[in-house]
Ligand binder design. Structure first.
Ligand SMILES: NC(=O)c1ccc[n+]([C@@H]2O[C@H](COP(=O)([O-])OP(=O)(O)OC[C@H]3O[C@@H](n4cnc5c(N)ncnc54)[C@H](OP(=O)(O)O)[C@@H]3O)[C@@H](O)[C@H]2O)c1
Length: 266
């Protein structure tokens, strides 16, 4: 029988190498900081290199290790090169946070073909290619790993409002999680998924401008607890899914949404 600590939970990620996509803004910034604070060496990926460089500096100043990697999540070659670069720098990538994502912010029938391709490209094709690239290298190195895909509560419920394709891609990434978890279970690669509710980020600020006159409280008015999440409130779920304590957990879809979809006091 294996011996487990009491409790069987650790946030020590020393020796781990993590790639976080969408690390130039919003949730990705926090994910990267959290992983680095717990000892992982982190690759910060996105297009806005100036922001990644600033974040890498901030992480370094706090005692962590991170490198900026400019990467467009619609460019397969760039994504593969990003994994390669991180592996050369620090070793096999054994944590992938597939976080980069974009909204459509358009009625389905008004979307251009370019926007359709972009939304599917960033939200689904990119995470798929990265997951496969990371898994391929883990399998070759005979190492375990953790992949965390960021979906959305739009996976569970979509009531209209100009995010139809976004919702479709977020359901697809949840299903991708289950499928790849099954595909790679015997390689000890755990694939799990977080479905956040509304959290403050650049994307959410854009939505607040569009649908709530730029007022956070108006946006939150329909939520049971009348509040929007802070990225910090995802820390524990992320750490759970990348730490050894979740070694029995794969293919899980975890909603973190403060009960936002439920009825408030009516
Ligand atoms: N915030 C929420 O309320 C919420 C709720 C549910 C789900 N989510 C999901 O959480 C994830 C993060 O969202 P967020 O709210 O933090 O969004 P955000 O603040 O808009 O940040 C999005 C990140 O994705 C990156 N990105 C976008 N297009 C890219 C591309 N073509 N190539 C590479 N990187 C790209 C952006 O970097 P560059 O522009 O520098 O490339 C940025 O770092 C997304 O998957 C989103 O769907 C968010």
């Amino acid at each position: 029988m294996p011996q487990y600590p009491l409790p069987n939970f650790s946030t020590d990620l020393k020796g781990r190498v993590a790639l976080v996509t969408g690390a130039s803004a919003g949730l990705g910034v926090r994910f990267a900081k959290v992983l680095a604070a717990c000892g992982a060496k982190v690759g910060l990926a996105a297009r806005r290199i100036d922001r990644l460089e600033a974040l890498a500096k901030e992480i370094k100043a706090a005692g962590g290790i991170a490198i900026p990697i400019q990467m467009d999540a619609t460019d397969a070659k760039a994504m593969i090169a990003a994994v390669e670069k991180l592996e050369k720098e620090f070793g096999t990538v054994d944590i992938l946070v597939n976080n980069a994502g974009i909204p459509d912010a358009q009625r389905a029938h008004k979307m251009s073909t370019e926007l359709i391709d972009q939304v599917i490209g960033v939200n689904l094709r990119g995470p798929w290619i990265l997951a496969c690239e990371v898994a391929r290298r883990l399998i070759a190195a005979k190492k375990p790993g953790n992949i965390v895909n960021i979906s959305s509560t739009a996976h569970f419920r979509y009531d209209g409002g100009g995010a139809a394709l976004y919702a479709v891609t977020k359901t697809a990434i949840a299903r991708m999680t289950e499928a790849l978890a099954a595909e790679w279970a015997h390689y000890n690669i755990n694939v799990n998924c977080i479905c956040p509710g509304a959290f403050i980020s650049e994307m959410m600020e854009g939505m607040i401008k569009r649908v709530a006159q730029g007022k956070e409280e108006l946006m939150a008015a329909g939520f049971a607890r009348k509040r929007i999440g802070q990225p910090e409130q995802l820390d524990s779920t992320l750490l759970y899914l990348v730490s050894p304590s979740s070694d029995f957990v794969t293919g899980a879809i975890i909603k973190v949404n403060d009960g936002q979809g439920s009825r408030g006091n009516m």
